[in-house]
Design a binder for this molecule. Structure first.
Ligand code: FMN
Ligand code: SF4
Ligand code: SF4
Length: 283
């Protein structure tokens, strides 16, 4: 069995989750191919594979625009399997709206939607989760991944999230943020702290940044993934009206996981329920 991964990831969370899934599939003897989104690059056309795994972060309760554009262009599935893997900063089920459009488009193209899996990973926008929260999220994600990949390998997959009418409407309402991003992104800039290292240029999945005289220049194709602001080693990127929501610097997933008392106050009970469900499952 051969799986081809297509992964959009701004700050690396979705990439981390998909690489964990890929590792487990390979361990079971499956063959894999792995492609990370970069605007303008050509991917293999999914004809040579048995199943596709499409990974992406939830952006405003939806899939990022480059992902829906990619799915629009994907060749006919002819009954082959497709899995959608998303990461979100919150455990809210509203985030599952991010599977609606991509899932529907895949089915219309003859792919058999065989699993929609969402894992909670730390925020790369709004506020920075504590290192303990990030570590506990990663523990929960790994346990959930273990369960999900086992089902995929055994062919017992088919976990496809149902979305009711209200969630579907809300998902469509929030999608407006996507239209605003290219405009917001034009006001991104680097401060004098910039050392011209090029890390922002390298990480941008939209190829929207180039260095001119050692300083980044931001173009018109931003989708607000926050990869540049998150990755900059000098925290030099300023993100226009989203600047106060900027999150910078890698999370330490090897940190001591947050205890129940240390779970963040924002949506605390919902996070705790999500963690405990994952932790209880494998006891
Ligand atoms: C523009 C934008 C919108 C986001 N919207 C949501 C959201 O609606 N719900 C949520 O739970 N997380 C949201 N997040 C957080 C990310 O989904 C989360 O941190 C994700 O793991 C980032 O993955 P990445 O590192 O692969 O880009 C948003 C992040 C960005 C940058
Ligand atoms: S990552 Fe930061 S320091 Fe490096 S070029 Fe970009 S803005 Fe400058
Ligand atoms: S400019 Fe920054 S926020 Fe916009 S798409 Fe590129 S990396 Fe993401």
């Amino acid at each position: 069995m051969k799986y081809t991964f297509y992964v959009f990831s701004g700050s690396g969370n979705t990439d981390k989750v998909c690489r964990e899934i890929r590792g487990k599939l390979e361990k079971s003897g499956a063959e894999t191919e792995y492609w990370r989104f970069r605007k303008g690059e050509k991917y293999p056309d999914a004809v040579r594979t048995d199943a596709v795994v499409i990974g992406y972060p939830v952006h405003a309760f939806n899939a990022p625009t480059p992902v829906t554009e990619f799915v629009k262009e994907i060749p006919e599935g002819k009954g082959r399997k497709a899995y959608l893997v998303a990461t979100s900063g919150e455990p809210l089920t509203l985030n599952d709206c991010a599977f609606v459009k991509t899932g529907k488009m895949l089915e219309e193209k003859g792919w058999k939607l065989s699993g929609t899996y969402r894992y909670v990973m730390p925020y790369n926008i709004i506020f920075r989760h504590s290192e303990g929260m990030a570590a506990r999220m990663w523990l929960a994600a790994r346990k959930n991944i273990e369960r999900d990949v086992k089902k995929i390998i055994e062919g017992k997959d088919g976990d496809v999230t149902e979305i009711n009418g209200i969630k579907r409407i809300l998902g469509n309402v929030f999608r407006i943020e996507h239209a605003a991003m290219p405009i917001i992104g034009r006001n991104f800039y680097a401060t004098d702290k910039c050392i011209g290292c090029g890390a922002c240029e390298k990480v941008c999945p939209q190829a929207n940044i180039y260095l001119k005289d050692g300083k980044p220049v931001f173009g018109k194709n931003c989708v607000g993934c926050m990869g540049c602001a998150f990755t900059c080693p000098k925290d030099a990127v300023r993100t226009g009206v989203l600047n106060c929501w900027r999150v910078n610097g890698k999370y330490d997933f090897g940190h001591k996981p947050a205890t129940d008392d240390e779970v963040c106050r924002y949506l605390g009970k919902t996070y705790l329920k999500y963690f405990q469900k994952a932790e209880d499952m494998v006891k």
